[in-house]
Design a protein around this ligand. Structure first.
Ligand code: FDA
Length: 318
């Protein structure tokens, strides 16, 4: 892991820095590169715009590691409203949640109850619920909870991280259970006994796992590749073609504001693409993880310090 990435991922856990950044208008300007706005309305407006040009979307409210029951219950109520709003606006939009946002650290039974309730509501409103994967010490609890929900609601999907040494085993057991998987590389700072330290090893693991997912596409629900690595996606596409899989057998999910031209080009080429749109005021840890994914992004923060009139390219996407 590069020094810049290590420093940024450490900083992402600082509550002091979070408070400083949230108060600064330059930081709020910089974060707009990765989110259309802090409110749900902005996220759903963006989802509507993507929908009109043939791109699906996934929305997620920013927040993680809540520490009280009341906060966790508030997040659950919020997501019920989100599902209702998606249905009311007829948007081609899924919802993705973090378990620690729904109270995993507070009360696991409460968290399970909330995911079950959201799965029921997602099915009733004709959309899909995804569960994100957080730091490695949450993986066992996340898998246990997900398996319990999957047994009752086969439409719910789970994120798996290619950088974890354990993921090939987890993938096999989840494929056997008929899970929908969104494969990503992994965004957190993990020790080498838990995750690959070298990016090249993570990339190689991703390709092996992606091929394994495609090989089981006939019997499984939904195979999603959450990455902006266009070379890797080309190899995924080649493997799908070699298996004679139709374009509908797999999907690509990318983040709002990252590789936007590639998102449109993939969709125009017949690949099913969804854009993950985040919103909310608790953006600091999530935003710094985006900086860590491409430390050159720090320059966008620096440029945000320059007033708008002198920085005409501010906000352009990669
Ligand atoms: P990689 O890091 O190799 O980047 C490939 C290329 O994409 C780079 O060269 C650069 O051009 C571009 N790029 C990537 N990130 C960028 C950025 N932030 N800004 C600008 N350009 C960028 N992680 C996790 O641990 N748990 C989760 O639940 C999720 N969920 C999730 C959902 C979706 C839809 C996506 C796309 C990603 C996640 N992630 C995640 C994050 C994921 O683990 C990973 O950190 C990022 O996707 C970056 O890795 P890439 O696969 O894009 O490859």
């Amino acid at each position: 892991m590069s020094i810049a990435r290590t420093i940024l991922l450490r900083a992402s856990r600082s509550t002091w820095l979070a408070e400083q950044f949230r108060r600064r208008s330059f930081a709020r300007r910089a974060v707009r590169r990765f989110m259309p706005g802090e409110d749900l309305g902005s996220a759903l407006d963006a989802a509507g715009t993507f929908g009109a040009s043939g791109l699906g979307s996934v929305v997620t409210a920013l927040g993680e590691r809540v520490s009280t029951r009341a906060e966790a219950e508030g997040v659950r109520r919020h997501y019920v409203d989100v599902l209702d709003a998606i249905a009311a606006r007829h948007l081609p939009t899924h919802v993705s949640v973090k378990l620690t946002h729904l109270g995993l650290d507070v009360d696991r039974a409460l968290c399970l109850d909330s995911v079950r309730a959201l799965a029921v509501h997602a099915a009733a409103t004709g959309t899909m619920l995804w569960v994100d994967m957080e730091e490695s010490h949450y993986v066992d609890a996340t898998l246990d909870l997900y398996r319990a929900v999957l047994a009752e609601h086969p439409g719910v999907g789970l994120c798996l991280q290619a950088y974890l040494h354990r993921t090939p085993g987890d993938l096999e057991s989840l494929l056997a259970a008929g899970a929908s998987i969104r494969l990503v590389k992994g965004a957190y700072r993990e020790p080498p006994e838990v995750a690959f330290a070298r990016k090249a090893d993570t990339d190689a693991a991703y390709l092996t796992l992606a091929r394994r997912m495609l090989d089981s596409a006939a019997t499984n629900q939904r195979q999603v590749f959450g990455t902006h690595d266009l070379g890797l996606l080309e190899r995924v596409r080649a493997h799908a073609a070699a298996q004679s899989l139709p374009g509908s057998a797999w999907e690509v999910h990318m983040l709002y504001g990252v590789e936007s031209p590639a998102q449109r080009a993939l969709a125009a080429g017949g690949v099913s693409v969804r854009v993950l749109i985040s919103y909310g005021s608790h953006w600091f840890p999530w935003y710094v993880r985006r900086l860590a994914e491409r430390p050159a992004n720090v320059w966008f923060v620096v440029r945000s310090l320059i007033p708008r009139s002198s920085s005409s390219t501010l906000g352009t996407t990669a």
